[in-house]
Structures are given as structure tokens and as C-alpha cells.
Design a protein around this ligand. Sequence first.
Ligand SMILES: NC(=O)c1ccc[n+]([C@@H]2O[C@H](COP(=O)([O-])OP(=O)(O)OC[C@H]3O[C@@H](n4cnc5c(N)ncnc54)[C@H](O)[C@@H]3O)[C@@H](O)[C@H]2O)c1
Length: 253
Amino acid sequence: MEQKSITEALDLSGKVAIVTGGAAGIGYAIAERLAEAGAKVLIADKNEEVAHAAAAKLPGTGIASVCDVSDETQVEAMVAHAVREFGGIDILVNNAGIYPFKSVMEATKEDFEKVIHTNLKGAFFAARAAAKEMIAQGKGGTIINITSVDALHPSSVGLAFYDASKHGLWGFTKNLALELAPHHIRVNAIAPGVVATPGTEMGKAADALIGKIPMHRLADADEIGKAALFLASDLSSYMTGSQVVVDGGILLA
Ligand SMILES: NC(=O)c1ccc[n+]([C@@H]2O[C@H](COP(=O)([O-])OP(=O)(O)OC[C@H]3O[C@@H](n4cnc5c(N)ncnc54)[C@H](O)[C@@H]3O)[C@@H](O)[C@H]2O)c1
């Protein structure tokens, strides 16, 4: 295999990426790094106003698509939007996710379904639609699923449905990697620890958590963005079915 320079290996010029839940937090940080590396990025988010503003401030070419990932029709339309505007799809990041706290004893069927439909079913819809395009294009691609340290070990009481969705997403990642390897589509996951995002504005709770993190700080969203750039780029050319843990050591604690 020809050895590329670092610049060439990181270069995503000519590539098209979709980042779900890309309007804010970890998703936006990922979109920013992919755009900086040269990819054309479609930010897919259910929050229309924030999605358009986010796409406009990307350091490169970006557009927004309004999409609730739990809706199959909207997800198909999101992939079609990228293909129509940018001519194809090479990178999909399944990042959209929710983490409401609720004890199992107090929860309803609807509480369970909302988490599973967003975090797990949404990733299935998007992976299937994107992989169909990638297979038709015949030049491979990469899919990155944002799981969590909760895909490996529970972090907190009240997140049972979240943990079920993220354990499921990790299993889905591994099996999809097997299924898509013959098409040169790599499928990997990133498991963040605790990241400072709009969704985790925890005030005093953050201080208590920081004490449990060996690196004694929350992650910056860009630290997940950099891991996503690695998995999207040629730097990870022999990786598939892997989960990169980016957690400041919290799983050791
Ligand atoms: N923040 C953390 O500490 C942390 C840790 C581990 C894993 N994660 C995972 O990272 C991902 C992003 O987390 P975050 O903290 O940046 O979240 P966030 O709440 O800060 O932002 C999530 C974005 O996703 C969008 N979104 C939510 N539901 C959607 C849907 N159904 N369809 C389309 N868009 C939707 C929101 O509008 C928002 O823009 C999630 O999958 C989460 O489980 C986060």
C-alpha cells in the first residue's frame, strides 16, 4: 500500500459527510473538523434554526437539512438531500442522541421508545440509507457511530434506556462492520466520557463528576471531533468494527 503523507492522509477534499445532530455540541464539533479537512458537510438536525446557523459558520462548505432521525422518511430525504446537493455520500456520523434521566420504575413505554427510536433506530435508518448510496457509488466509505462509555459500563442510575440504546449501537456497529467490509465501507464507534455540551449543562453536578475523572476535567467537544476526523480519514484505513474510547480515563475509575 502506498504511504501517504500526513497531509494527504487527513485530507477529506472531494468527500461528502453527513453529521446527524450536527447543529450543536459534539455533532457540531465533528462537523467543524470534517469541514476543516475539506469535506462538504450536511448538518442534519431536528432543530431547524440552529442547524442553518451551524452550517453557515462551518469552516468550509456546509448545508443544513431538517431531520428527525427517528423518522424513516425524513432520514431517507436527508441522504437524498446530500446526494442531490453534493453528488454523493462518503462519511456518515450517527451522532444524534438523547439522554433523559428517568428510573425504570417510573418510566413509561413512550419513555423507552423515545430513547431507543432516536439513539438506535435512527442510526439504523441513516446507516442503511447512506450505505446503499456508498455501495452504488462503488468507492467505499466510512460510518461512525457515537456511542458512549455507557455502551460498556453504566455511568449513572436513571440511564437504563440510554445504556440499552448505546450497548445496542455498539453491537450494531460491529455487525454492520462485518456486513459492509466487502464493500470497503468501514464502520466504527466513538465512546465519549463526559463532554461539555448544551445537553450536559450540569452546573454543580459537573463538579462532583470531575472528581471521578482521572484527568480531572470534562472533555471539550473538539476532542471528540478530532477522534472522528481520525476515523473518517485514511489515518484509520485498517480499522473497522472498533470503538475508540475518549473518556479522560473515567472507565478506569
Ligand atoms: N455530552 C456527553 O457527555 C456525551 C457523552 C457520551 C456520549 N454522548 C453522545 O454524543 C451525542 C451528542 O451528545 P451532545 O451532548 O452533543 O448532545 P446535545 O444535546 O448537546 O446536542 C444534540 C443535538 O442533536 C439534535 N437531536 C436530538 N434529537 C434529534 C433527532 N431525533 N433527530 C435529529 N437531531 C436530533 C439536537 O437538536 C442537538 O442539536 C449523543 O449521541 C450522546 O448520547 C454525549
